[in-house]
Design a protein around this ligand. Structure first.
Ligand code: C5P
Length: 225
């Protein structure tokens, strides 16, 4: 079965506060994008790698990651995923992997691909939640948020990427997109496709804030990835 990995990297990354889009920020002596693609290749699971970037950075990205097919993204993450999927060729299994998780170890890719090969149409890596989680009333009173419930954290998982799908399941999931889903599995759930969890990894952390970038840079500097 042929495997394609689609890497959405077309976000602006405004929460990171850097002058270039997140995927083009440095991580050690490379960019986040280069580290991410190298991590995918090191897992030896991909026949095709598609990277989705802002239109004006296509040439730059192609030079940074010549092993990948590079295409232009869209306004929402899901638009970018669809652009990548369209360029992924005749893959049977498609993994969607955020460029923002460049330190994801090979074992996570292996577990996701193995579970899709074993017959699950949609598979996500997930970790137990350490914090106690409170649900709040969506309407603050005098600027203060009010707790309405304590959620049973034993029943929750913090999910990561790569998220793996049969090509058919991912296409079906994206056929009905409201633009609001924050991950691809969320779209699959909405159209009744069962989604399964495999073990994630703390190293698959998502770089969103300056603090996350600091942690990722420390990990790279220590050679722990
Ligand atoms: O915004 P967020 O951090 O959730 O984005 C997750 C991933 O999706 C990032 O790698 C980002 O570059 C990508 N993205 C994209 N196209 C967009 C928005 C986000 O490829 N329009």
């Amino acid at each position: 079965m042929r495997v394609a990995v689609v890497i959405p990297a077309a976000g602006s990354g405004t929460r990171l506060g850097e002058s270039v889009p997140k995927a083009f920020v440095s991580l050690g002596d490379r960019t986040i994008l280069e580290v991410c693609v190298a991590g995918v290749l090191a897992a030896h699971i991909a026949d095709t790698v598609v990277v989705v970037v802002p239109t004006e950075l296509i040439d730059t990205a192609q030079q940074l990651v010549p092993e990948a097919i590079v295409v232009a993204g869209g306004a929402h993450r899901s638009d970018s995923v669809r652009a990548g999927l369209a360029a992924a060729g005749a893959a049977d299994i498609v993994l969607v992997h955020d460029a923002a998780r460049p330190l994801t170890p090979p074992g996570v890719f292996d577990r996701v691909v193995a579970a899709v090969r074993a017959g699950h149409p949609a598979v996500v890596p997930g970790l137990p939640v350490a914090d106690t989680l409170k649900q709040i009333d969506p309407h603050p009173v005098d600027g203060a948020e009010r707790v309405v419930a304590t959620v049973d954290r034993d029943l929750l998982r913090a999910v990561q990427t790569p998220q793996g799908f049969t090509r058919e399941a991912l296409q079906r999931a994206h056929a009905d997109d409201s633009g609001l889903a924050t991950d691809d599995a969320g779209l699959a759930e909405r159209c009744g496709i069962p989604v399964y969890i495999v073990a994630g990894d703390p190293l698959a952390l998502k770089i969103t804030t300056p603090w996350d970038l600091r942690i990722a840079r420390d990990v790279v500097a220590e050679g722990a990835s």
